[in-house]
Design a protein around this ligand. Structure first.
Ligand code: AGP
Length: 365
């Protein structure tokens, strides 16, 4: 078993460290920098993408946070309304014209019952559907009109890590693909995004090289009564994902908030025993979030920030740096949150690869 884990103590840690490779695979052969295009093996009926009113991403758990990130990217690049919906809450009632809607089912396993149920509801109205998945031959690939593979390789740990990174990266490519079909993004702007995506494997490797520092920093926070993750814009789904990882593997109370919402209620929970972890990079409106973090610090909360130099962060108690990669910088920041959750859980001796009460693939609704 130790050999299967490649020398790592847990599959989760191995999979965290596999992210540069997974991301290279997700991008391989799919970027034409010269032309400024994302080359995905997808075909849509003539004029379909051009006349779209809405793209709905449906998913659960971590895949929902990836979907949330993808919806943000799609709206900003492709000039189309894009939403992320929890598959278990998804209805087709009151929707727009089904012929002008694309529903994207995001599921690494391809077998999640809630997501398959949402896909079935979309199919039932004649909406065109696309699966974004890690699993060849899975149910979702049979039920959707077309499939896009994230190519992360098998993920054994119940807590999703590399599949999240590969989902967001693959859907970033999808958003560029849709944008170019709709003439919404110039070749020069597309080239910038594609260059940022190309930089992901190297940037993630830089974070991984810092794993020892995260482990050390985490020792100071292992007795916290709760952990709050905050950010804005592209950083918000990453805050939600950071909190979910901690809940799943450390069994500690953790919540992700839109930073602007802290003052609308959650601030009442903040004490000196509730560290606040913030993504403060490009793509997250960091100045505003830093003000919210300062409000938490005033109540005694220690503040840990993931920064890229885009804002002055001397006020933080602990800072970890990532290289700036435009709108995908928060995806790199997420790797710090994965390492942090792992360190907190490991210091408590948790069953990291198989947390209590959870299954890797949830095949009941
Ligand atoms: C993530 O760490 C969880 N294990 C869980 O939220 C998971 O992402 C969710 O169940 C969806 O799984 P899927 O991607 O296989 O559909």
């Amino acid at each position: 078993a130790a050999a299967e884990k490649g020398g790592y103590d847990h599959y989760m840690l191995k999979e965290i460290h596999e992210q540069p490779t997974a991301l290279r695979q997700a991008l391989s052969g799919r970027i034409d920098l010269e032309r400024g295009t994302a080359d995905l093996d997808l075909t849509f009926p003539a004029g379909f993408l051009d006349s779209l009113d809405e793209i709905q991403f449906v998913a659960c758990g971590t895949s929902f946070y990836a979907a949330h990130y993808a919806a943000h990217l799609t709206e900003s690049f492709a000039d189309v309304r894009a939403t992320a919906e929890l598959a278990s809450e998804y209805t087709v009632d009151g929707g727009g014209d089904p012929r002008r809607t694309l529903t994207v089912a995001v599921t690494q396993s391809g077998e999640t019952a809630d997501t398959l149920g949402a896909l079935r509801r979309a199919n039932g109205t004649g909406i065109r559907t696309l699966a974004v998945t890690n699993t060849l031959g899975s149910t979702v690939t049979r039920d959707a009109d077309d499939s896009l593979f994230i190519r992360a390789g098998p993920e054994i740990g119940v807590a999703a890590t590399k599949t999240f990174a590969s989902q967001v990266t693959t859907m970033a490519l999808l958003s560029v693909f849709v944008a170019q079909e709709r003439n919404a993004l110039s070749a020069a702007d597309a080239r910038d995004v594609l260059t940022d995506l190309r930089g992901l494997p190297g940037a993630v490797q830089q974070v991984l090289d810092d794993a020892g520092d995260v482990r050390e920093a985490a020792t100071a926070f292992v007795d916290a009564s709760a952990y709050f993750f905050v950010s804005r814009a592209h950083g918000y789904p990453v805050a939600l994902e950071g909190a979910l990882k901690l809940k799943e593997i450390a069994y500690d109370h953790a919540e992700g908030f839109a930073a602007g919402e802290l003052k609308h209620g959650p601030l009442a929970l903040v004490t000196e025993d509730t560290p606040i972890l913030a993504v403060l990079t490009e793509g997250t409106r960091p100045e505003e979030t830093l003000n919210n973090v300062a409000e938490a610090q005033t109540r005694g909360a220690p503040a840990i920030g993931i920064v890229d130099g885009s804002v002055e962060t001397n006020s933080l108690d602990t800072a970890f740096s990532v290289p700036s990669l435009g709108p995908v910088t928060p995806l790199v920041a997420n790797v710090y949150f994965q390492l942090f959750a792992y360190a907190i859980a490991n210091q408590q001796g948790r069953s990291i690869d198989k947390p209590r009460n959870l299954a890797k693939s949830v095949t009941v609704e």
